[in-house]
Design a protein around this ligand. Structure first.
Ligand code: NAD
Length: 471
């Protein structure tokens, strides 16, 4: 289905894309692509709605955002199942993470605009932070609702119409979310949704006349292409891309907690998390103990039916992902690393679906592919270092710079190390992530920030009005 101007319409594109349940490999639904004319119509409707929020106050938009959060909470159980079926996230994790992170994004954005100043005085000038205009938003499949919320909520807060294209791999929950925005009272034209593949519909959306800004979350490869297009079109672009995040353990003091949390953050959503801690860096003398702990914690993961509340490791979202992850594990083996547990076969007791077992690899050196490339599967690489400067060089030694973690007995030492890392966010000694803090990357992890106040700022352009009367 395609949505614009406050109405759902049958998609009219020529491609049909099967949306699979990755645990059973069965087809959930055949999704019909939006046609190029429909993509243009959705952007035209958004362009016609550029002024739709002009008369609304921050408090009114905050109320609407909280209304969307309430509506999401009301159908949380139902939507958690949709995400579990289309992504493969175990149901307990969908309930604990997929839904609450989306709800929180709407609520925290509502709180952030309540005290956001869209106008400031500078001597004789009024500095206005204006809505940037029509946002073309493209999102991936791993946390479909949350990642869509990271674009919808700040666009509404900033007063920008937005047309979103969810991933063709998992479009179902985001389609429900768009409908829920509409039913909660988002005016016609302010939110549109188009469906389909990246090369076709995503590309048409980016190129459509009337788009003022592009906000993309996805792989670094696609992000690079989109940045080049945005350059040619002279459109601002925000890119939330891949990661290869490191957890760095500086001494033995908190080793067990560090390994437990790193394994949990690496295997969350079967490793399909942009901020997954997929590299565990430890001093050489702690390597053997780290291996023991990591294998023991990985052994606690139960692969199986994602609808079963006891399941803790679901399948990967697609067959393409499965092939990719298996290739990386094989390459590590061929490069001389040691696969301590897991591997490339189906996990024990699983007969079909795009599953890989919880995998821990040691004796990984920083130049191996498995240490440099984003794997996006439940695969943890243990890398040993000699001293702190080598640890920093390894941690920062990939093209990415998204997030990380540091562990040390001396919290000041951990803080000093964290400040030197070239990454967008870092947790010290297991501190919980502050979901209102800005999130984004350095280097090939992209640019721009999402969440809270910083997220709203991405969708604003600054205008200076100089007036003699103000002087
Ligand atoms: P992807 O780049 O293949 O696809 C992402 C989206 O882009 C999809 O909607 C897809 O249809 C669309 N797309 C693909 N080619 C396109 C093109 N040529 N033009 C326009 N749109 C196009 O990524 P994916 O496999 O869906 O998602 C996984 C990636 O997303 C990982 O690299 C992960 O790290 C990244 N990610 C980053 C963050 C973050 O906040 N930094 C969050 C989640 C996921």
């Amino acid at each position: 289905m395609t949505f614009w101007g406050g109405r759902w319409r049958d998609s009219r594109g020529s491609n049909r894309i099967p949306v699979l349940n990755p645990a059973t490999e069965s087809i959930l639904v055949e999704s019909v692509e939006s046609s190029p004319e429909q993509v243009r119509a959705a952007v035209d409707a958004a362009a016609a709605a550029r002024g739709v929020w002009n008369g609304s106050s921050s408090s009114e938009r905050a109320e609407l955002l909280n209304g969307i959060a309430d509506a999401l909470e009301e159908c949380a159980d139902e939507l958690a199942l949709v995400v579990t079926d289309e992504v493969g996230t175990p149901i307990a994790e969908s309930r604990r993470l997929q839904l609450p992170t989306a709800v929180h994004t709407f609520r925290s954005t509502a709180a952030a605009i309540e005290d956001f100043s869209f106008r400031e005085m500078l001597d004789n000038s009024v500095i206005e932070h204006c809505p940037i205009g029509v946002v073309a938003a493209i999102t991936p499949w791993n946390y479909p609702l949350y990642l869509a919320a990271c674009k919808l909520a700040p666009a509404i807060a900033a007063g920008c119409p937005i047309v979103i294209k969810p991933s063709e791999t998992a479009p179902l929950a985001v389609t429900e979310l768009a409908d829920l925005c509409h039913r909660t009272g988002v005016p016609g034209g302010a939110v549109g949704l188009v469906q389909g593949g990246g090369e076709t519909v995503g590309n048409a959306l980016i190129e459509a006349a009337g788009v003022d800004m592009i906000s993309f979350t996805g792989s670094t490869r696609t992000g690079g292409r989109i940045a080049a297009q945005a350059g040619r079109l002279i459109r601002p672009v925000a890119l939330e891309l891949g990661g290869k995040s490191a957890a760095v353990v500086l001494d033995a003091a908190l080793l067990e907690s560090a390994v437990r949390q790193t394994v949990a953050k690496c295997f969350q959503n079967a490793g399909q998390t942009c901020a997954a801690l997929s590299r565990l860096l430890v001093p050489g003398h702690l390597k053997a103990r780290t291996e023991e702990l990591a294998v023991a914690f990985a052994g606690e993961y139960a692969a199986g039916d994602p609808r079963d509340p006891e399941t803790t490791l679901g399948p990967l979202a697609s067959e393409a992902q499965l092939g990719r992850v298996r290739r990386f594990v094989r390459s590590a083996d061929e490069d001389g690393a040691r696969v301590l547990c897991g591997g490339w076969e189906l996990p024990n007791g699983v007969e079909k679906g795009f599953f890989v077992p919880a995998t821990v690899i040691s004796d990984v050196s920083p130049d191996m592919e498995v240490a440099r490339e984003e794997i996006f599967g439940p695969v943890l690489s243990i890398i040993a270092f000699e001293d702190e400067s080598e640890a920093l060089a390894i941690a920062d030694g990939t093209e990415y710079g998204l997030s990380g973690a540091v562990w040390a007995a001396d919290a000041d030492r951990a803080m000093r190390f964290a400040r030197r890392m070239r990454i967008g966010s870092v947790a010290i000694n297991g501190a919980p992530t502050n979901a209102d803090a800005p999130f984004g990357g350095f280097g090939a992890s992209g640019f721009g920030r999402e969440r809270g106040r910083a997220g709203i700022e991405e969708y604003l352009a600054t205008k200076a009005i100089h007036s003699a009367a103000n002087g």
